[in-house]
Design a protein around this ligand. Structure first.
Ligand code: ADP
Length: 363
């Protein structure tokens, strides 16, 4: 197990593209950190700089407090699992898992013991004699993970390891990856564009956009205390509802509903005549009239998804999604009244998109 330090890490590709800007992070021993963000935001680039597969243009990377910028991939003692499984097609599962140790000249007895153990952890015991082509996608990905964990390295790097699997397999493998982390205790960095994977696996999440870190925090912090509109909208499913507009007499309107923003944050008067964004989560509302902003809108569509229903609402030219218990599914085309409790309301500056008032903001 190792701890990692990234100090002001930057990546400028040879073509001049600045893919990662001033990335700062301390990763503790045994921590599971997820880099999440839309495609092209610099997650893989950062991971590859940590792996030693890509030069660090600027800044310092330390492993256990020692500068590692100039170390080669092997010297860093990291193992990486890629999106494509990259298994050797002509080798059995056993040989694929054992390959790294064979190259290192490890004793056959030791190899056999380690492969047996890894196969047990990954549920591959009955498949050791098979070739990769005779395995399902999920099993192949497990072999790829097995090949990485057998090396007992200090740091485990995974780049979108589940993206070639179907939805059901992804849920199973997610659970298995969490179990493997519990068993091995290896420091892990995991890259994904999927907020659900990030929320379920991470001790801490790093949200990235356009090469910049947007926020670093626990899943709880990112969900309840987003620092800007991007993080608020990226974490959570369906995403947070946003109402963008100009503050007039301390108010913002949602269709014909007028929301008095001073109830949430008296200081909002300083934004008079300026753009703000009001946010609330689909699951935070209460149907009917209660304490908070009581609003109404037209039900355009409902989606019953088992235990809950998504309701698509319009009010004038504004839209929102509400998530309610499926027993409360309304008819479509009716006027629905609901309440946004004050502690579920977030206010963001319309220009910087930074939070002005939220759940724990000092106001
Ligand atoms: P992500 O993993 O978040 O999808 P990447 O780290 O792969 O994003 O890429 C970040 C940005 O850097 C993208 O805009 C991508 O096009 C660019 N990029 C990646 N590799 C190179 C390269 N070798 N040369 C120039 N630009 C690159």
């Amino acid at each position: 197990m190792a701890y990692l330090t990234l100090k002001n890490i930057n990546k400028i590709y040879p073509n001049g593209y600045h893919a990662v800007h001033n990335f700062n992070l301390e990763i503790e021993k045994g921590e599971f950190v997820v880099f999440v963000g839309p495609s092209g935001c610099g997650k893989s680039t950062t991971l590859r700089m940590i792996a030693g597969l890509e030069d660090i243009s600027n800044g310092e990377f330390l492993i256990d407090g020692k500068r590692a910028n100039e170390m080669g991939p092997r010297e860093r003692e990291v193992a990486m699992v890629f999106q494509s499984y990259a298994l050797y097609p002509q080798m059995t599962v056993y040989d694929n898992i054992a390959f790294g140790l064979v190259l290192q000249g490890v004793d056959e007895d030791v190899i056999e013991e380690r492969v047996t153990n890894v196969a047990k952890i990954l549920g591959l015991t009955d498949y050791l004699d098979r070739l990769p082509r005779a395995l399902s996608g999920g099993q192949r990905q497990r072999v790829a993970i097995g090949r990485a964990i057998i090396r007992k390295v200090g740091v485990f790097l995974m780049d979108e390891p589940l993206s070639n699997l179907d939805a059901k397999q992804r849920v199973t493998m997610r659970y298995e990856i969490a179990q493997i982390h519990k068993e091995t205790g290896a420091t892990t960095i995991y890259v994904t564009h999927d907020q659900t994977e990030a929320m379920t696996l991470a001790d801490r999440i790093v949200v990235m956009k356009d090469g910049y870190v947007q926020q670093i925090g626990t899943p709880y912090q990112l969900y309840f205390e987003p620092e800007n509109v991007f993080v608020a909208g990226f974490i959570g499913e369906p995403p947070m509802n946003f109402l963008r507009g100009t503050v007039m007499d301390g108010c913002l309107s949602f269709g014909s509903n007028v929301l008095d923003l001073t109830r949430k944050f008296p200081g909002i008067t300083a934004w008079e005549g300026k753009q703000v964004v009001l946010g609330y989560r689909p699951e935070a509302i209460k149907l009917g009239e209660a304490e908070g902003y009581v609003v109404s809108g037209q039900v355009e569509l409902t989606e019953m998804l088992g235990d809950y229903t998504n309701i698509y609402i319009t009010a004038g030219s504004d839209q929102a999604i509400l998530k309610v218990d499926s027993h409360d599914t309304p008819e479509t085309d009716i006027e629905l009244t609901y309440t946004i409790p004050m502690d579920a309301v977030y206010l963001f500056d319309g220009e910087s998109e930074k939070v002005i008032a939220g759940r724990n903001a000092q106001n």
